[in-house]
Design a protein around this ligand. Structure first.
Ligand code: CP
Ligand code: NVA
Length: 306
């Protein structure tokens, strides 16, 4: 169906600093001027193997605002859920639609889908990465701080998909990043190494520590995510114990800059990874951050599908 080389969005590692900054810039423009029919007649297939509020609604709304259409496809309803190969699904969908967004478990599955699809594949979250979230995070941080260089973002909690993408995003744009996690819940070592290589080029620092106070020391941004991600529900009780010193609360934020901002990709569990006093308090920008999913993904859709 497609003749020109297609481009996927599986991880920010595949995008240059300049491309990332251009997407953020375009997102600000789309926020100002949201209705642009650049995707008239185009369709995005959205495959969900996990739950979603923000990703589903922002992609579906974004496609409509760009003049296109989005199809919500639960994997339970697709033949994929009954064992049809990912490769066949990729080839079939490539004959109907102009792009695929997928939320799934193993990152190898999205790579397989992208390999066999002749149309762009967008990562709507895998166990390894959540790059659309990191784009929204960057846009939010830029709006709040008006720069990246010299900004310190501290991530507290699990070294998970959200942490990986945020770490890469920070390294790409030259923002300092520190991650505080309990022993045994560190981010993926090869992702950390990639981020450190990138950081060496941009002048960012990447710090991994088991001390929550050290992590948030003088931070401009404090970020957290759930302690048990989708697919880890059976570890919930064990993780509540392991992560208890990493809760973002009134005591911990005293170590950050006085004018720090709080971010969370959502959904949040109040009184677990963050207290209500923080997430519902005056330093929190979580709903602006959630809204930014819409603006950055529209920039991405415009770039990949138009
Ligand atoms: N932050 C995020 O991806 O939210 P959903 O799981 O609701 O899509
Ligand atoms: N780390 C979380 C993010 C949800 C948006 C998860 O994977 O469930």
């Amino acid at each position: 169906k497609k003749t020109v080389e297609k481009r996927d969005f599986l991880t920010l590692l595949d995008y240059s600093k300049e491309e990332i900054l251009n997407l953020i810039d375009e997102a600000f423009k789309l926020e100002e001027n949201p209705l642009q029919p650049v995707l008239k007649g185009k369709t995005l297939a959205m495959i969900f193997e996990k739950s979603s509020t923000r990703t589903r609604v922002s992609f579906e709304t974004g496609m409509l605002q760009l003049g296109g259409h989005a199809l919500f496809l639960s994997s339970q309803d697709l033949q994929l859920g009954r064992g049809e190969p990912v490769s066949d699904t990729a080839k079939v969908l490539s004959g109907y639609v102009d792009g695929i967004m997928i939320r799934t478990f193993g990152h190898d599955k999205i790579e397989e889908l992208a390999k066999h699809a002749s149309i762009p594949v967008i990562n709507g979250l895998t166990d390894l990465f959540h790059p659309c979230q990191a784009l929204a995070d960057l846009k939010t941080i830029y709006r709040l701080k008006e720069k990246f260089v010299g900004v310190k973002t501290a991530y507290l909690g699990d070294g998970n998909n959200v942490a990986h993408s945020l770490m890469i995003a920070a390294a790409k744009v030259g923002m300092d990043f520190s991650l505080g996690c309990p022993k045994g819940y560190e981010p993926n070592q090869s992702v950390v190494e990639e981020a450190q290589k990138l950081a060496a080029e941009t002048g960012a620092t990447i710090t991994i520590t088991h001390d929550p106070i050290e992590a948030v020391k003088d931070a401009d941004i404090i970020y957290t995510d759930v302690w048990a991600s989708m697919g880890q529900e059976s570890e919930q009780q064990k993780r509540l114990v392991a992560f208890k010193d990493f809760q973002v609360n009134d005591q911990l934020v005293k170590h950050a800059k006085e004018d720090y901002h709080f971010l969370h990709c959502l959904p949040a569990h109040r009184e677990e990874e963050v207290t209500a006093s923080i997430i519902d308090g005056e330093h929190s920008a979580v709903f602006e951050q959630a809204e930014n999913r819409l603006h950055v993904q529209k920039a991405l859709l415009k770039e990949l599908l138009a």
